[in-house]
Ligand binder design. Structure first.
Ligand SMILES: Nc1ncnc2c1ncn2[C@@H]1O[C@H](COP(=O)(O)OP(=O)(O)OP(=O)(O)O)[C@@H](O)[C@H]1O
Length: 272
C-alpha cells in the first residue's frame, strides 16, 4: 500500500500525497543529554502522523524541532522540498506550521472569539501603520479574518461560548479553542502536542472526531504526539515510535503494534 514517491491511499479511502516535511538524521542534545539520536522520518501531505514513545523518549523535543523551537545540532529539516535553515518559531509559523501546546497557552481574560482572532496574525498584513493611515484596507482585512474565524467557530461547534472569557471554560473546551486558534492560521501542517491530555473519555471522543474532521474537511496535514495509545492507533495513518531518543518503529498502526522492539519498549524490557 505504501508508495515511496507518490503517496498512498488509506484504508478509509483518503488520498495521501507526497512528502511535505522530511527530517533527516536529526540529533538534538541538551548538554550531555542526547534527546534525539539520528532520527529520520517524513510527513506526507494530508496525513495524520503520530509520534509516540514512553516518557522521556524525545517526542516533545522532536515536535519542538519541527516547530523551530529547537534547532538540532545535527541533521536537516526539509519543508516542501527545500532545506529549511535554522529558524525562530515565528518564522516557522509564517511558513504555515501551527501548533497547540501540552499546557494550554491561551489568554484567559480574553473571549473565545478574540483568542481565535490572535491565530490570524499571519494573515493580517495591513500592519499597524496601514491600519492607521489606510482604514479601508484594514477594514476589508477585518471582514475576511472574521469570516474565516466564524467558519472555524461553526466547524468546531463553539458558537455558544464565543463571548465567554477562556478562563471560565472547562478543560475540554479550552483545548478545542486552542485547536480553533491554530486552525485560524490556515496551516499546511498542524502540530498537536498531546491533544487529549487530561481529558475524560467523552472529551477524548469529541477531540478525536474534530481532528479527523479537520483533516478531512480542510485537508490539513496533522502531526501529533499523544500518550493514549487507543486514540493514536485509531486516528493515525502512520506512527513513528521513539525510545531513549532513538527511532525504534515507523509504519502503520498495525505495523508498530506488531513490532517487537515497540512492545518491549512499552513493557519496559531492558535494552542496550
Ligand atoms: N530543555 C531541556 N533541557 C535539558 N534536557 C531536556 C530538555 N528537554 C528535554 N530534555 C531531556 O530530553 C529527553 C527527552 O525529553 P522529551 O521531553 O522530549 O521526551 P518526551 O518523550 O516528550 O517525554 P514525555 O512523554 O514525558 O513528555 C529527556 O531525557 C529530557 O529530560
Amino acid at each position: 500500500m505504501l508508495d515511496a514517491s507518490e503517496g498512498y491511499t488509506t484504508e478509509d479511502g483518503r488520498k495521501i500525497g507526497g512528502v511535505v516535511m522530511e527530517m533527516k538524521h536529526i540529533t538534538l542534545r541538551f548538554g550531555g543529554v542526547v534527546a534525539i539520536k539520528d532520527i529520520s522520518f517524513d510527513i506526507r501531505e494530508g496525513e495524520i502522523r503520530a509520534i509516540i514513545g514512553p516518557n522521556g523518549a524525545g517526542k516533545s523535543s522532536m515536535l519542538n524541532v519541527i516547530s523551530g523551537f529547537y534547532n538540532p545540532q545535527e541533521g536537516q529539516v526539509f519543508y516542501k522540498g527545500e532545506l529549511r535553515p535554522p529558524m525562530k518559531p515565528y518564522q516557522v509559523a509564517r511558513q504555515g506550521i501551527a501548533r497547540t501546546f501540552q499546557n494550554i497557552a491561551l489568554f484567559d481574560g480574553m473571549s473565545v472569539l478574540d483568542n481565535i482572532m490572535t491565530g490570524r496574525i499571519r494573515q493580517m498584513d495591513a500592519g499597524l501603520f496601514a491600519q492607521a493611515l489606510w482604514k479601508g484596507k484594514a477594514e476589508k482585512e477585518e471582514v475576511v479574518n472574521r469570516e474565516a474565524v466564524e467558519k472555524i467557530i461553526d466547524f468546531l461547534e463553539i458558537q455558544h461560548i464565543r463571548k465567554t472569557p477562556v478562563g471560565r471554560l472547562p478543560y475540554g473546551l479550552k483545548k478545542r479553542v486552542e485547536l480553533a486558534r491554530a486552525l485560524a492560521a490556515e496551516p499546511s501542517i498542524l502540530l498537536l502536542d498531546e491533544p487529549m491530555a487530561g481529558m475524560n473519555v467523552e472529551e477524548k471522543e469529541d477531540m478525536s472526531r474534530f481532528i479527523l474532521d479537520v483533516n478531512d474537511e480542510f485537508g490539513t496535514t496533522i502531526a501529533l504526539i499523544e500518550h493514549d495509545m487507543g486514540v493514536v492507533m485509531d486516528l493515525s495513518d502512520r506512527v513513528v515510535v521513539m525510545d531513549y531518543g532513538k527511532k525504534i518503529g515507523d509504519g502503520t498502526p498495525d505495523d508498530v503494534r506488531n513490532n517487537q522492539a515497540v512492545i518491549d519498549a512499552y513493557l519496559g524490557v531492558a535494552h542496550d
